[in-house]
Design a protein around this ligand. Structure first.
Ligand SMILES: *Cc1c(COP(=O)(O)O)cnc(C)c1O
Length: 356
């Protein structure tokens, strides 16, 4: 049987046009052809991130940059804002990097409360905060602007934001919000195969990184900045993925950002409407629901495993049966990337067929 079409929240379905772009013949990365390729990605990425700063290309998954942000910026103590599998793990990663770390632990399924962040930072001693905009494990989108406003009222605290599963699906305003690191992987809403992360850092973050003695080499922010000035990367990049990225950015530009954001909302609303018709309850509270995926409670007595399996064997669509400690008791459906109301309808028809 053919590989199922992915409606899991990453990696997601990749278009044939992207695969075609990625199969272009290889080029050397220390030459004008690569520099032109690199430069071509900048305006689109800067627009998506809402920044005038360069957007670096990291040959790694998002975690590479998530760890790098700690190693480059956390000097004394980091505060990690935790409300799901990815944000909770960031706390562990800070410890594994030898950083002193504290966390604010929200219940899974709940957003981060900005006032708790203010209270904690007021205790003093912190110099970095990690925050996940869209907790992909729970389908919760916290209020980035409100969190940024609080963190920015503490001048020495660097704000590190994971937009892995919101990047390109919602407007982001890195510069206006004073975000110091904004990072994303490309296998979520950017609809590329995994293996590349994109990130931008503020001038203040660059200055902080310069004095971080043990920041290493591969993820050294100062090296990224230096190479970006010449439209290049510190080490050999995933050139094929960058061809794919260039193709996606062209598609995004021709669709238009407002149209792209509206399409994600519309796709998402279709899944919400479908769930309401079947009585599936959201894991996230109203007002904090992700627009790129939906996470639902598995109803009492509902054989979630059989549902997902039948959807796959009968219709060749793959959705996800929950992540981390809520595996099995929740299920998740992605609507991000290249999906349209037409493809979401195909999924909905298939899910209805399986439920009937
Ligand atoms: C997928 C995801 C990650 C992890 O990304 P990797 O590509 O596995 O490193 C981190 N944060 C969020 C919010 C994610 O959705």
């Amino acid at each position: 049987m053919a590989t199922p079409k992915l409606f899991i929240p990453g990696p997601i379905d990749v278009s044939p046009a992207t695969y075609t772009a990625m199969s272009r013949p290889m080029i050397g990365h220390r030459g004008s052809e690569f520099e032109a390729l690199y430069a071509s990605t900048q305006p689109g990425l800067q627009q998506l991130a809402g920044t005038q700063r360069p957007v670096f290309l990291s040959t790694s998954s998002a975690w590479g940059v998530m760890e790098a942000a700690l190693r480059n910026l956390a000097r004394n103590k980091v505060l990690t804002l935790c409300n799901g599998a990815f944000s909770d793990k960031w706390f562990d990663v800070a410890k594994k990097c030898g950083k002193e770390a504290d966390k604010i632990q929200a219940e899974w399924g709940q957003p981060i409360d900005p006032e708790l962040v203010r209270a904690k930072l007021s205790e003093g001693g912190y110099d970095a905060v990690t925050f996940i905009h869209n907790e992909t494990s729970t389908g919760v989108m916290s209020d980035l602007a409100a969190i940024a406003k609080v963190v920015k009222s503490f001048p020495d605290v660097m704000l590190i934001v994971d937009t892995v599963s919101s990047f390109s699906a919602v407007p982001l305003a890195m510069d206006d919000l004073g975000i110091d690191v904004l990072l994303a992987g490309v296998q979520k809403a950017m609809a590329l195969p995994p293996g590349l992360a994109v990130f931008a850092i503020s001038e203040a973050a660059l200055e902080r990184a310069k004095s971080a003695k043990d920041r290493g080499y591969y993820f050294d922010f100062v090296e990224f900045e230096k190479n970006a000035a010449a439209n290049n990367t510190p080490s050999t990049p995933a050139i094929s993925l960058i061809f794919g990225l260039q193709n996606m950015l062209e598609n995004i530009a021709s669709e238009g950002l407002p149209q792209r954001f509206a399409r994600h909302l519309q796709n998402n609303q279709m899944i919400h409407d479908w769930a309401a018709r079947h009585g599936f309850q959201h894991f996230a509270p109203e007002g904090y629901r992700s627009v790129t995926l939906s996470c639902f409670h598995t109803p009492e007595g509902f054989d979630q495993g059989a549902f997902i399996k039948a959807l796959k064997t009968k219709h060749n669509f793959l959705i996800n049966g929950g992540y981390g400690k809520i595996k099995g008791i929740t299920f998740r459906i992605s609507n991000m990337g290249n999906e349209t109301p037409a493809t979401m309808q195909e999924l909905i028809d298939a899910m209805n067929d399986v439920l009937a």
